[in-house]
Every structure is written in structure tokens, then in C-alpha cells.
Design a protein around this ligand. Structure first.
Ligand SMILES: NC(=O)c1ccc[n+]([C@@H]2O[C@H](COP(=O)([O-])OP(=O)(O)OC[C@H]3O[C@@H](n4cnc5c(N)ncnc54)[C@H](OP(=O)(O)O)[C@@H]3O)[C@@H](O)[C@H]2O)c1
Length: 377
């Protein structure tokens, strides 16, 4: 079976690969490859696999947090081997354990990262979603509709589940205004669609001017482009003024370390701030913004004085993913796809995933595709 992986420096040339490419990321040479691994099987009659499902992965995509894991491997000059990557996937069920009665061989499934009490294994389905054959617990999978193309399905589960959870947890009223930061990130693109689909007042904040055209095409004309070299206070004040607003009612933010200290002054008293992540996940610090915002003391003081609700969010509940799938089926949740790549196109897959400043949506690798497809979103 195949898998998408980053090779440790001493493994290049020693591991069987179908395709390989070397790129420089965060000042490190990183060797990506489609490696060949031994096939796995599952004895469906084995009681230890009673709740398990054997899957054949058709397509996968990667997420932001994986970079920290593979940069670590690429930096280790003393190690051999490789790290298999892949966060989201679409797969066909090959076999099911004796206690799995809701899934059948032939069903198409994606990961279910449910963290609610009903899920027996809370959290991500897998961190190696590109490995073509996988055994997963039944609770970590959800069936998808037949009308969902593989590329959309391979780009869906984590960002959709997280975005829908954040929107649910904010509990916004129809007259409230919510700001979504890092608007070109995949998580925020899903959050924006979820908010628009719910008929809420959405504002987007981005440092990537190219995303404006995509947002406008989606009917979102209220966005503010920030310069990473500038203190954003003036731009935000001018933006709010132009919108006739004094402050935002809520913020959805995938990068709390970049935005929290800059945005607390622009959130109303009693407003809500929900975040699912930080920018600085790599072991070597870099400067995403020259201006950092309020000092920590000032920020803590303002959060208290304004009685702001701070909410941390990890993934979501099964019901969040089900709602996202229902909205997808009803045509209310289009998936932003940057591009879809197939066998022999590792280089373009890696470049669009990690190096393209104009990336617009998810970048998918489809094991069944021989050709590159650039999709308009
Ligand atoms: N806890 C959870 O359940 C969960 C689930 C999913 C994601 N997450 C987290 O959400 C975050 C986003 O993940 P993702 O996969 O959606 O990321 P992504 O698609 O890779 O988004 C990266 C975004 O970062 C912004 N950016 C890049 N370089 C920057 C710089 N130098 N300065 C400022 N902004 C910069 C850009 O947005 P703009 O240019 O538009 O500002 C870019 O689109 C991560 O922290 C991830 O770990 C958490």
C-alpha cells in the first residue's frame, strides 16, 4: 500500500518510494514521498476487532498542525524512518468486525473526530490518514452520502466539525456581528460558510489579499485585509467605522497567539471569543506579525473589565459533523477546494499544500487520479 510521508534525513534513498520531492520549508530541507508499505489485513472474526473497520483510503488532505510533527522529523539528523501524514480522508469499507452493524463493505466513510461523551475514542480518527489501508474503530467513522465527490469528502471532516462546533458554542443571535480571523485558513473558510448558511452577520479578517475574490464570490463583501508589518488597530477602527459598528459581538479565531491581544479592544462588553488553535506550533519561533498587540497584563485586565467570554474549542461533537454533512447535502456548505492532485503529482501537491501563498481551500491527493485538476471554488 502507499502512504504520504516525510522521510528522516538518513532515510532518503533507503525507503521504497513511488514518488519523492524535496522542498525547503521554514529553513529546513524536507523530503516528502509517496512510500510503499506492507499491506495490512484484518481478521473480521477476531473478537479484538469486533468494533473495528478495515478501510481502503481513496483520497486525503493535510492540516496545519502536521507541519510541527514533520518538521521535527526533518530536523533530526540522527534518525531513520519516516512519518506518515494525512488528517482528513475518504475511504471505502473493506471489512467490518462482528459488532459493527451500521457499516457494510462498500460504504464510503470519512473520519469523525467527535469529542463528546458518547464517543468511545474522543479526538482525531488518525494522524496517518494517507496510509491506503487502515483499521479504525467504528466510532471514529461516519458514512457519507453517495452524491459527495471524493475530493470534497477528503477535505471535510476536521475543519467542518470544528467550524460547526465553534458556531454552535457561540450561540449567536441573528442581529450579532461575528469576526472570523485568518479568513483564508481552511478552518475559517468552513466557519465562514457555516455562519453565512445560518444567515448571520459575518466579517472576515485576513492577511492574504487574494482571498477577497473568493469571499466576494461567496457573497461575503465585509472583509478587512491586514498588513502583517503594521499595527492593525487603525485598520480595524476604520473598518468598524465604515460598517457603522462600535465593536464586534464575537470572534472566531484559529490563531489565538496572533489575534487575541490585538482584538480584545474591538470586542464589545460581554462579547464572546472562541479559538481552536495557535499559529506558533513549530519549534523555531518566527514572527507572524511585527506588532504583537496588548501586553498580557493589559489583555487580561481588559478581558475581565469587559466580562468577555473566552472559549477554547477542540474539534466538535458527532452532531456538529452530522449538521455539516446535512448542510453540504442541502447545498448550504460548499467545500473550498484549491486543487486535486493524483499519482505522479506529489510535487504539485506539496507545493500547493505548504508553499502557495495564494492557496484557496483544501489541497487533496487522490490515489485514483492520474491527472491534475484545478477547481474553481
Ligand atoms: N483544535 C481543533 O480542533 C482544531 C481543528 C482544526 C484546526 N485547528 C487549528 O486551526 C488553525 C488553522 O488550521 P488550518 O489547517 O485551517 O490552517 P491553514 O489552512 O494552513 O491556514 C493558514 C493561515 O494562516 C494565516 N497565515 C499564514 N502565514 C501567516 C503569517 N505570517 N502571519 C499571519 N497569518 C498567517 C493565513 O490566513 P490569512 O492570511 O487569511 O490571515 C493562512 O491561510 C491551526 O492552529 C490548527 O491547529 C484546530
Amino acid at each position: 500500500m502507499k502512504a504520504f510521508a516525510v522521510l528522516a534525513p538518513h532515510s532518503a534513498g533507503r525507503v521504497p518510494v513511488h514518488d519523492a520531492c524535496r522542498v525547503r520549508l521554514h529553513d529546513i530541507e524536507v523530503d516528502f514521498a509517496i512510500v510503499e508499505q506492507a499491506d495490512i489485513t484484518m481478521d473480521a472474526a477476531d473478537p479484538r476487532h469486533a468494533h473495528d473497520v478495515l478501510l481502503q483510503i481513496a483520497a486525503f488532505s493535510c492540516n496545519y498542525r502536521e507541519q510541527a510533527r514533520f518538521l521535527e522529523i526533518a530536523r533530526r539528523t540522527d534518525s531513520k524512518g519516516y512519518l506518515v501524514l494525512g488528517s482528513e480522508f475518504v475511504a471505502t469499507v473493506l471489512a467490518t468486525g462482528a459488532a459493527v452493524d451500521e457499516l457494510q463493505p462498500g460504504d464510503r466513510v470519512i473520519g469523525n473526530g467527535a469529542i463528546d461523551a458518547s464517543a468511545s475514542h474522543p479526538g482525531l480518527t488518525t494522524q496517518r490518514g494517507s496510509a491506503e489501508l487502515q483499521i479504525c474503530h467504528r466510532a471514529k467513522l461516519i458514512r457519507i452520502p453517495a452524491m459527495m465527490p471524493s475530493a470534497d469528502a477528503a477535505a471535510f471532516s476536521i475543519a467542518a466539525q470544528t467550524a460547526y462546533a465553534m458556531v454552535r458554542r457561540l450561540g449567536l443571535r441573528r442581529d450579532e456581528h461575528v469576526l472570523v480571523t485568518a479568513a483564508s485558513s481552511n478552518t475559517s473558510l468552513f466557519a465562514i460558510e457555516a455562519l453565512l448558511g445560518a444567515g448571520l452577520h459575518v466579517h472576515a479578517l485576513t492577511t492574504s489579499p487574494h482571498i477577497g475574490a473568493h469571499l466576494a464570490q461567496r457573497g461575503l463583501h465585509r472583509y478587512c485585509v491586514l498588513d502583517r508589518q503594521q499595527n492593525p488597530a487603525q485598520a480595524l477602527a476604520t473598518y468598524l467605522d465604515a460598517q457603522g459598528l462600535r465593536a464586534f459581538d464575537a470572534v472566531i479565531d484559529p490563531f489565538m497567539d496572533i489575534y487575541l491581544r490585538k482584538l480584545v479592544p474591538f470586542l464589545r462588553r460581554g462579547g464572546k471569543y472562541i479559538t481552536c488553535g495557535v499559529f506558533e506550533q513549530f519549534s523555531r519561533p518566527h514572527e507572524p506579525f511585527q506588532y504583537h498587540g496588548l501586553s498580557l497584563d493589559e489583555m487580561f485586565s481588559l478581558i475581565i473589565r469587559k466580562s468577555i467570554h473566552m472559549i477554547g474549542n477542540n474539534l466538535g461533537e458527532q452532531a456538529d459533523l452530522e449538521r455539516a454533512l446535512a448542510d453540504y447535502c442541502a447545498g448550504r456548505l460548499p467545500v473550498a477546494l484549491d486543487s486535486v492532485h493524483g499519482n505522479g503529482q506529489l510535487d504539485s501537491f506539496v507545493h500547493r499544500s505548504y508553499l502557495a501563498p495564494d492557496r484557496t481551500g483544501k489541497v487533496v491527493f487522490d490515489y485514483h487520479l492520474p491527472t491534475l485538476e484545478k477547481r474553481a471554488c
